[in-house]
Design a protein around this ligand. Structure first.
Ligand code: SF4
Length: 356
């Protein structure tokens, strides 16, 4: 096993609970430094050693809640070093964005920020219990970019109260920010979330697909290319950490709620471990490639995962069929309509394997 080069750190803290979310998270840590010690202990417990990292991703929850002191301690902890050209992303909630924190992050060597904006309508934000206004989010993005230019945002498509007109306006305001990266996720209402308990359901799939197709077209016009199901970037600004995952690479996760994929071992966020057999491991690593605009090459896939060779002919037939129906491009990347039925494509490819 080569030493790991991609690390995800989970910061399971939030100042409140967004109504659609039931992620693992709790109140901000009383002692952020103690949480860094917990991450170090977890790395020791699993005997994890890292090569100089290509990518580090601090996600949440709300990583900003460990504050400047927490990030300084993390950077000085000795847990990782960086390779040339590394990427270090930190997710930020607009309310945690301060000049002091941004200066610390820039000084520590953070290269990339992702700010959870989700909506630019105050009523919608309030209904979601996001705990920030649209104005605060916009100010946070503008301030963040003065310290770390590679700052992107997350939006949610399909939030209650967002009609086509409001969605168009939201996109226009985001485009005006001239960002290098945007993520747009279809609303999902977690089991156990407030909205699930209150019986609020997501809008019908068709209108969410329409909202995403509208976004994809508008963003493409201004040079933000859809490079994955939910992600759009200018040339040179794709998230390398997530690309490693979609390319089927290994990664380690530390922190309550962080998953790992190391060789055949899968460790879930709750710490349970499961070894996969060669075939399941290969399928998992191969099929996430379908989400990317890079296309899917059966021959390259078989070269990398020889155990998938028996399915090459059937896969080629299925992919050609999806291409003929306008769901995949000539290089077998999803078209806009193709993105809407990716699950069906994956199921069709898996059926060839498991119904043999
Ligand atoms: S969506 Fe993010 S910020 Fe909101 S409660 Fe969930 S983890 Fe916290």
């Amino acid at each position: 096993m080569h030493p790991l080069k991609d690390l995800y750190l989970h910061f399971p803290f939030c100042t409140g609970r967004c109504e659609y979310c039931a992620f693992v998270s709790g109140p901000p840590p009383l002692d952020p430094l103690a949480y860094i010690d917990t991450l170090l202990a977890e790395a020791r417990q699993h005997n994890l050693t890292f090569a100089p990292l290509q990518t580090l991703y601090c996600g949440g929850g709300t990583p900003g809640l460990i504050g400047s002191a927490g990030f300084k301690a993390l950077n000085a902890s000795g847990l990782f070093t960086f390779a040339q050209g590394y990427e270090w992303t930190v997710e930020l909630h607009p309310r945690t964005v301060t000049a002091e924190l941004l200066e610390t992050l820039a000084t520590c060597g953070v290269t990339r920020l992702s700010i959870g904006v989700q909506s630019l309508d105050d009523e919608v934000l309030k209904f979601c219990n996001r705990r920030h206004t649209a104005q605060e989010a916009l100010k946070a993005v503008q301030l963040a970019r003065t310290f770390i230019p590679d700052t992107g945002i997350d939006l949610i498509a399909g939030l209650p109260g967002v009609d086509d007109t409001l969605w168009q306006e939201t996109l226009a305001r985001c485009i005006d920010l001239d960002l290098p990266h945007l993520s747009i996720y279809a609303l999902s209402i977690d089991e156990g979330s407030m909205w699930e308990k209150r019986g609020i359901s997501p809008p019908d799939a068709e209108s969410v697909c329409d909202a995403i197709a509208m976004a994809s077209a508008r963003l493409a016009e201004v040079g933000l290319q859809r490079y994955e199901t939910s992600n759009y970037a200018r040339e040179g600004y794709r998230c390398q950490h997530n690309l490693n995952t979609w390319h089927g690479g290994n990664y380690a996760g530390l922190g309550r709620g962080a998953a790992s994929r190391i060789g055949r071992m899968r460790r879930a966020g709750d710490g349970t471990e499961e070894p996969l057999n060669e075939l399941d491991d290969a399928l998992e690593r191969a099929l996430t490639q379908l989400r990317l605009d890079e296309g899917f090459c059966v021959a390259a896939c078989i070269e990398r995962f020889p155990c998938l060779a028996p399915y090459a002919k059937a896969w080629a037939t299925i992919l050609a069929d999806f291409h003929q129906h306008g769901l995949l491009t000539a290089t077998y990347a999803p078209t806009t309509r193709g993105y809407e039925i990716l699950d069906a494509l994956e199921r069709a490819l898996l059926e060839c394997v498991y119904t043999e």
